[in-house]
Ligand binder design. Structure first.
Ligand code: ADP
Ligand code: MG
Length: 340
């Protein structure tokens, strides 16, 4: 399974300025985590980086969709559908609550209850579809509403329900990383988790943080953006994780809950929101949104800015980014404005 690591390039960090930028890179959540901080000395930065590495290693174990940990054990217990329900591990509570919320807000497009179907398509390590299982699950597609929570216990009303937080866990990990950096007295930083970013403060007194958006067709920078303030910039794409199936079709990892099939029309979605958890969920839901429905969905998901690029190279852009993105490459026809 291919996984393009750096979706958004971090630009300008090497530029010589008064304020030093401290940086740490490590692998976690199946991707490269790259943290840059400024406004503090090296000792404080290194202590914070150590704490972040520890936290993310723990979260990855707890939230992994198919390796042993809190989520795998919870899914296995749920699948047995015990009448007394299954205790909800504290490490999963927020992911479950937020997933239920974004499931509703996205009108069902964001649906982390589809883990078993995602695995059947070959996106939990196998890389080939199990057609018979896919057909059985498609007869009765699970939803987040099939998961009932009462007094910290959970019941599943659908035997195929299995949680996969691949579209939201990185958002929460990034949010918790930002909180931890703040606790360490760091107020100026970029957390970059394989192209999903949380940006706070400034690079220096006279320089904003500058980020890049990758060209989803041929890599390299598509555009750069000087961040005007804090925010989470998240990207979902069909080019990041995919395989070629036995019929030679390209199958990417985002499943359309209306059909049970991998989505086919959108190449990439990049969004700016305040909250990284909401940004992660929104980017995934917008990968499944028809262009006519973009204005409504952006509003429902509280997206501040967005760039949507279709497989046929047509693109749509929100008014704020239309004025502020600096293009360094082009992909096709001029992006159309979203709404307004
Ligand atoms: P990335 O992994 O590139 O950050 P996303 O945030 O869009 O991309 O998450 C995609 C992952 O979410 C998939 O690999 C799968 O685990 C899971 N997933 C697939 N389809 C859906 C869906 N409709 N709703 C929620 N999660 C999904
Ligand atoms: Mg996502």
């Amino acid at each position: 399974m291919r996984n393009a690591l750096l979706i958004l390039l971090l630009l300008g960090l090497a530029a010589c300025t008064g304020e030093p930028v401290h940086q740490r890179q490590f692998l976690q959540f199946g991707t490269l985590i790259d943290i840059s901080v400024s406004g503090v000395d090296a000792r404080r930065a290194e202590a914070a980086f150590d704490a972040v590495e520890q936290l993310l290693a723990k979260r990855n174990r707890q939230w992994h969709a198919w390796e042993d940990g809190d989520l795998k054990r919870f899914n296995d217990a749920l699948a047995a559908q015990p009448t007394e329900g299954v205790p909800v591990p504290p490490s999963l509570r927020r992911l479950i609550d937020d997933s239920k919320r974004y499931y509703r807000v996205s009108d069902g497009l964001f649906n982390p209850a589809l883990g078993k179907l995602i695995a059947a398509w070959g996106f939990q390590g196998r890389e080939q579809p199990d057609r018979a299982l896919i057909e059985r699950i498609r007869q009765d597609l699970p939803t987040m509403d099939d998961l009932r929570i009462e007094d910290n216990r959970a019941w599943s009303d659908n035997p195929f329900l299995q949680l996969d937080f691949g579209a939201i866990a990185k958002g929460l990990a990034v949010a918790q990383t930002g909180d931890l950096l703040l606790q360490h007295g760091i107020r100026h930083f970029i957390v970059n988790a394989g192209g999903d970013l949380l940006v706070r403060g400034r690079k220096s007194d006279d320089e904003p943080w500058v980020i890049g958006i990758e060209n989803p067709f041929r890599g390299g920078a598509l555009a750069t953006l000087a961040m005007a303030g804090d925010g989470a910039v998240f990207t979902s794409g069909s080019y990041r994780r995919y395989y070629i199936d036995e019929q030679g079709r390209r199958r990417q990892h985002i499943i359309d809950p209306r059909t049970g099939e991998p989505a086919t029309s959108i190449r990439s979605v990049t969004v700016l929101l305040d909250d990284p958890v909401a940004a992660d969920a929104a980017a995934t839901a917008l990968m499944l949104t028809e262009p006519e429905r973009l204005p409504e969905m952006l509003q429902r998901l509280a997206v501040r800015e967005a760039l949507v690029i279709a497989e046929d190279r047509q693109a749509w852009i929100s008014p704020g980014w239309k004025d502020r993105l600096i293009w360094s490459d082009r992909i096709g026809p001029k992006p159309q404005p979203i709404g307004k």
